[in-house]
Write a protein that binds this ligand. Structure first.
Ligand SMILES: Cc1cc2nc3c(=O)[nH]c(=O)nc-3n(C[C@H](O)[C@H](O)[C@H](O)COP(=O)(O)OP(=O)(O)OC[C@H]3O[C@@H](n4cnc5c(N)ncnc54)[C@H](O)[C@@H]3O)c2cc1C
Length: 435
């Protein structure tokens, strides 16, 4: 660990992962500074679908999915697009994603996700006070609406994984589906209810509340852009646009932007951004009773405190390409096909950058440099993964036995060059950074 024990633990990235982690560390009595170039909750955690799922045990890549991909790619409004100019860049990640869809790999990822996410709601109960929890989080289940009962290998495996992890599910026939969600079009003939799942009514406000709780227990929120982490003589410093921030430990929770910071530290992970869009309908004429996943279109319609949010789908185009707002607009057309009575005249649109690893399992680990940790790559499941990640990071920082087996979350599991595994205890000098 760094010699500068009087310095705070610096958590970089004030999304849901960094905010949960910083608060957890502060609750354990550590001095903490949470650093972000934006205000808390303005990255990917701002505009997601808000689903919080103890049942998040199904990775994204499943057997048989590869067969569906060409059809998706032919549809410019479909669930998955790869911008032509980005196809070569995305190819290595997509190849790993295909490998991750093998049954044995899916099983491994599922176990890792289950261990991290199963107590997510209790985790939020710990991090929020009772009034905040009641105000921000609802537990009314999730509904998956299908045109026909999923019969392919992937669908069957998904159900088997839920059963393996004791997730309660209820399959609904057309009549039961209509009874639960009368506004759904008759084309949706089958439903899957996950009754124990929850949602936040406002992901950004959830993160802001976590950051507020951090401040209330003595932590500091600092707005600054971190250029790199410097490790010199066992001392850690953030080198930021606004100056240097000494730290006793550093946690990189920088979401989709983590790869460059990690590479500068000699570590590489196959982190890619799966871009997603939302359309926030302020005056929707239809509001489902709970987050409802339109399974054929791969997006959620989630009731939120400020309207109905349509959020999801995947676009590969990197971190810097401008938004393609046609994809956000398409969400409304698809939602109107699913909810024929849906009308709206006021909306806002948003593009977010999911931090995604091919096997759907985040990297939560210590780096070779003593005192430097990473918590990134939560993909489609960061709102669910926040509390569990915070617990695991706190265990790693404290050097105590982790509450879950940490092996599945290791940064070197992909075997990329530049990610040597060295014993974590001795101080380890990083090579010069970013120069
Ligand atoms: C359309 C869509 C729908 C989704 N729906 C759901 C859902 O329903 N449920 C769910 O669980 N997940 C969902 N997700 C995924 C979820 O939003 C992400 O997994 C989660 O927000 C990731 O959190 P994070 O804290 O890792 O990243 P972020 O929220 O992006 O936070 C990272 C932060 O790091 C900061 N940062 C980066 N680099 C630097 C730097 N150098 N210096 C300073 N600050 C820096 C950024 O400004 C940012 O604030 C969805 C995502 C999308 C796009």
């Amino acid at each position: 660990m760094s010699t500068d024990a009087a310095a705070p633990v610096a958590v970089v990235g004030a999304g849901v992962i960094g905010a949960c982690t910083a608060l957890r560390l502060a609750r354990e009595g550590r001095r903490v500074v949470l650093v972000d170039r934006l205000d808390p909750g303005e990255g990917c955690s701002f505009g997601n679908a808000g689903a919080i799922s103890p049942a998040a045990v199904v990775p994204m890549a499943l057997p048989g999915m590869l067969r569906k991909v060409p059809g998706w790619l032919r549809d410019p409004d479909g669930p998955l697009v790869v911008r032509p100019g980005y196809a070569l860049r995305a190819a290595p990640w997509l190849a790993r994603w295909v490998l991750a869809s093998r049954r044995s790999a899916v099983q491994r990822s599922s176990d890792a996700l289950a261990a991290l996410n199963r107590d997510t709601l209790d985790g939020y109960r710990d991090l929020l006070d009772a009034d905040q929890f009641a105000d921000l989080i609802r537990v009314a289940g999730h509904l998956y609406a299908f045109r026909s009962r999923p019969a392919a290998a992937g669908g069957r495996l998904a159900q088997a994984l839920r059963e393996r992890h004791g997730v309660r599910t209820r399959w609904l026939d057309a009549g039961e589906l209509r009874a639960l969600e009368p506004a759904l079009a008759p084309a949706y003939a089958c439903g899957l209810l996950l009754p124990d799942n929850g949602q936040t009514v406002n992901p950004q406000r959830l993160v802001l509340t976590l950051a507020g709780n951090l401040a209330a227990c003595g932590g500091r929120v600092l707005r600054d852009e971190v250029r790199h982490v410097e490790v010199r003589g066992g001392r850690l410093e953030l080198v930021a646009a606004g100056g240097r921030v000494p730290a006793s430990a550093v946690v990189l929770a920088t979401g989709a932007w983590s790869r460059a910071l990690l590479r500068a530290l000699g570590t590489d992970v196959p982190l890619e951004t799966e871009r997603g869009y939302h359309l926030m309908l302020e005056d929707a004429s239809v509001t489902p009773g709970r987050p409802t996943m339109l399974a054929d279109r791969k997006f959620f319609a989630t009731p939120m405190e400020h309207g109905l949010r349509l959020a999801g789908t995947v676009e590969f185009a990197g971190l810097d390409a401008p938004a393609d707002w046609r994809r956000a607009q398409a969400l409304l057309r698809h939602a109107q096909a699913a909810f024929p009575a849906l009308r709206a005249s006021r909306w806002t649109q948003w593009l977010g950058h999911r931090p995604s690893l091919p096997d759907s399992v985040p990297v939560i680990d210590r780096l070779p440099q003593a005192g430097v940790f990473v918590a990134a790559g939560h993909g489609h499941l960061g709102m669910s993964g926040g509390p569990g990640t915070a617990r695991l990071v706190a265990d790693l920082v404290a050097g105590r036995r982790p509450f879950v087996d940490p092996a599945p979350y290791r940064h070197d599991r992909f075997g990329l060059r530049g990610a040597p595994r060295v014993p974590a205890t001795p101080a380890h000098e990083a090579r010069p950074l970013g120069r």
